[in-house]
Design a protein around this ligand. Sequence first.
Ligand SMILES: [Zn+2]
Length: 428
Amino acid sequence: MCPGCYKGNKDNIEGYCLNCRKKLFDGKKVSHILNFDPPKENNYREYQNKTKKLSISGVQLKYSMILDGKELKLTETGGQYILKPIPTADHILNKDQAPENEHLTMQIASQVFGIETAESALIYFKDGSPAYITKRFDIKPEGGKYLQEDMAQASGKTRQSHGEDFKYQGTYEDVGALITQHVSATAPALEAFFRQVLFNYIFSNDDAHLKNFSFIESPMGDNMLAKAYDLMCTQLHTPGGPETALELYKGDNENEFYAREGRYGQVHFRELAKKIGINPIRAARIIAILLNSSVRVHEMVENSQLSREAKEKYLSYYDSKIRLLGKNELLIAQKFKIKKVEDFPPDIMVKVSFYRNEQPIVGKFVKEFVDNTHRVLNNLFAFVEDENLDEYEKTGDSSLIKVINGDTVVEVETIEPLVKASSISSSE
Ligand SMILES: [Zn+2]
């Protein structure tokens, strides 16, 4: 298996596949094993000397590397890659899983969700211990750098002006406003940003602060949103952290949902999308895509090099987030293979389950009587329970409709026709 893309190595070569070599190392045959050891007591000084430029950032030490011929070397200047070995800080759990966690999360973002990410791979030191390596995207192919500015810089927040936790000051709504100001192709940049914020929430990354989003000069010279970087399930290492690094928007804990649940739900992400100027239909699509790839996410986690225990934790955090975010119309339509909006709802008996203690209900979704825009914007569905269906079909009495909020729905399943069900039970 290629330590870059996790794909079976069809090129039948050891280490990185040809495609990863191209993406990471300009096609050069670079080994996935470095010819030196990780930072230890006996070589600490050398690491220190070579890494003056990259100070301790967050919880992980980073080192700067250069590709010299086919060989990766630590460097003081002109770094093209960033190397992150297993972190050393004491308060971090499952430290040895950190390189794989980061690489896996980056690959899921890229391969499953099409999020543009910095190129990354796993690499190994001479002693066999793993590290995460990522290619800097601010280096021009011909040398020199594209101008890059992170969101702390772009919003004028520094340690001097805003104190120790300056990079956690602000909201994702503020970042959206910065994107609108700085990027000319605003709509795709805002959607890419929104997708990342929701991804980080779903994958329990509570460290997506202002410095983990950047603007970068495009080859044409204009400003764009930089690729995603530093994605990982931080919950695995620092459990019990906040839901997100930044608040989604001011007052995000003041709505009815938060009062009831004490946490974010789908409604918060729809609200964020609205506040930063994303079309609600597009936002619903992005939410549906991120909530609907459970099978592929499970496959990638299972195929990764995480330990058994870390895989279980990673997936349990992920599964609980997916569950808590509920469903929306696109997800339900996909489930019943409905392609056209006008074919919704499906004319079939379903069982709807909720994540609260509420009992599941059986019946049919029906065409609504309420204002459709209001319905879509609030993820509401009109539903008639089984016992009222006959009367509803006869009279169309709207008082028989139960309004369901998709945010609280965990599952929608088809119910076998009742006749068939009773014939099975009678034959037993
Ligand atoms: Zn590969």
